[in-house]
Design a protein around this ligand. Structure first.
Ligand code: SAM
Length: 278
């Protein structure tokens, strides 16, 4: 990639104007999936996410520091690390930070990172414990929460099947609270998953409102894949047919179903029960 003058990696650049081309580029990454897809980049807000990304070794393209960050030891250390890795450090004012993230009270640091996803063929069942497979997840908050919960219970990673919400959308990244940088994300189609599943050595447990087994009555022998359905349509028949078990979380009140992220959390605490000790 070629960098224009003052945009060379590992440099520091002051920006005060909203119409600066780099500011426009970052705003485009926040606003449009198309820009994220074309560039392979995404935006994550906050110092915690910057330190998570840097610790986990993710590629960083820009790190924008507001005035507060330039007085903050941890932010300056993050900037030094990012610069050493070739990032362009942007010194910006609060108005520019707000414009980038479309927030009145922006975080003091905003980073632009390189997307990382895997293919099904990258999954090694021998080193896997629990993969979470999501059928056409639509809501960025749900996806971010599931990634965060998966990280919290020590799951191996998340498989996104077919057309899903963008894991690199700013709302999703925000909801992961940094777990995005620690959880491998695999993308595939339903047909690819069905094929992959044929050689999977462990159970594939689907959650379904028509499931006939109580989720507490199943043995989740590793390596296990936990399969969750779409918010509106539930699990597709094609994916449900690949499951070794279809389980249900019992309900007592009037709700038709539980929220996807909540149901995933309930399932994960059962699947990972023997590993989660205080
Ligand atoms: N109308 C959809 C249906 O009929 O499946 C409801 C989908 S529900 C909001 C989204 C996903 O959360 C489901 O596909 C399933 O994976 C999970 N889920 C929610 N409540 C559940 C329950 N009580 N038992 C099992 N899975 C549940």
């Amino acid at each position: 990639m070629e960098f224009k003058q003052n945009q060379r990696p590992g440099a520091v650049k002051q920006i005060t104007s909203h119409s600066n081309p780099i500011v426009k580029e970052i705003k485009g990454l926040v606003a449009q999936r198309k820009h994220r897809r074309q560039s392979g980049l995404f935006v994550a807000e906050g110092l915690k996410l910057a330190t998570d990304a840097l610790e986990a070794g993710w590629g960083v393209r820009y790190l924008a520091l507001g005035p507060e960050a330039r007085e903050n030891k941890i932010a300056l250390e993050a900037a030094a690390k990012a610069k050493a890795r070739g990032a362009l450090i942007l010194e910006v004012n609060t108005a520019v930070l707000g414009a980038i993230t479309r927030r009145d009270n922006p975080q003091m640091v905003v980073g632009v990172y390189e997307q990382q996803t895997l293919k099904l063929s990258d999954i090694d069942p021998k080193s896997a414990t629990t993969w979470i497979a999501l059928d056409r997840v639509r809501d960025p908050g749900n996806l971010g929460t599931i990634i965060r919960t998966g990280d919290a219970v020590g799951a191996t990673g998340v498989i996104l099947i077919d057309d899903t919400t963008d894991p690199f959308a700013v709302e999703t990244v925000r909801a992961t609270m940094g777990s995005l940088f620690h959880m491998p994300i695999v993308r595939c189609t339903a047909d690819e998953f069905v094929e992959f599943r044929k050689s999977w050595p462990g159970p594939v447990v689907g959650t379904h409102l028509r499931g006939e087994k109580d989720y507490r009555a199943v043995e989740y022998k590793e390596p296990v894949i936990l399969m969750m359905g779409n918010e509106q349509a539930g699990l597709s028949d094609k994916l449900a047919d690949t499951c070794s078990d279809l389980v249900k979380i019992p309900q007592a009140g009037q709700a038709d179903s539980m929220n996807l992220a909540v149901a995933t959390a309930v399932m994960l605490y059962e699947v990972r029960r023997n590993y989660l000790k205080l």
